[in-house]
Design a binder for this molecule. Sequence first.
Ligand code: B12
Length: 208
Amino acid sequence: MLQELAGAVITCKKDAVLAAVEKAKGELDPSEIIENGLAAGMNQVGVLFERGKLFLPHVMMAADAMTAGVAALKDLMPESSASSKMGVIVNGTVEGDVHDIGKSIVSTMLQSAGFEVHDIGRDVPIKNFVQKAKEVNANMIGLSALMTTTLPGQRGVIELLKEEGMREKVKVMIGGAPATQAWADKIGADCYAENASEAVAKAKELLV
Ligand code: B12
């Protein structure tokens, strides 16, 4: 079943993804369908792209199909109590970076775990993260970066939080394929998570 889901993303066909999701719905947990099925397929697309076996239009179609698959599962994710008692999280992809599939999965999973999540999208300027955190009185900011060239945006947000005297109040969690624990340590982030389940576990550790 998981292979079928991943395979459907690799074929880059939205219909195939939706059909596979429909089939899997009754048998697997939505988060498992997303992480071990669809996202695994998307990662494979990345590998094929890197090897020159797939071209950018295919990647875009696969991304589109994957997004549709995740959307089809939203209704099944446990209804968020959006309890601000658990924590308020602002999540987004840093400036210059339009990759948002992984970030959106992280938002969905945090939300269904009970956090109040404000997903501010992709290609988000540094100051917008800080502004939004002020506005919603956030306990944590999640920063996604998928390119080595956009990783510095994660550091930029931490620096601005310091300048604004907010660093003590707001935890910072970073992620995205080029991010690592070593990078998190270097820029002074509170944590790094490799995937969405780990993001939920670490947010709980830090906030709950
Ligand atoms: C899909 C994709 C695209 C799509 C994006 C569609 C979209 N709406 O997101 C499109 C086609 C638009 C695209 C465009 C480009 N892309 Co692109 N893309 C990818 C690809 C193939 C897959 C990314 C993905 O969605 N993976 C699946 C998701 C589920 O995984 P994920 O994002 O890693 O997220 C998980 C974890 O990282 C983590 N996570 C993610 N965010 C966060 C946030 C927090 C807070 C936490 C805790 C965790 C966390 O949890 C997620 C779920 O488990 C990658 C290859 C790769 N191996 O990553 C290249 C890749 C990222 N792209 C790349 C590049 C260069 C580009 C382009 C410049 C075009 C080009 N020349 O190839 C443009 C960028 C334009 C821009 N300014 O941003 C490079 C980056 C190279 C680098 N190291 O800097 C990669 C690595 C491919 C490559 N090897 O060349 N891309």
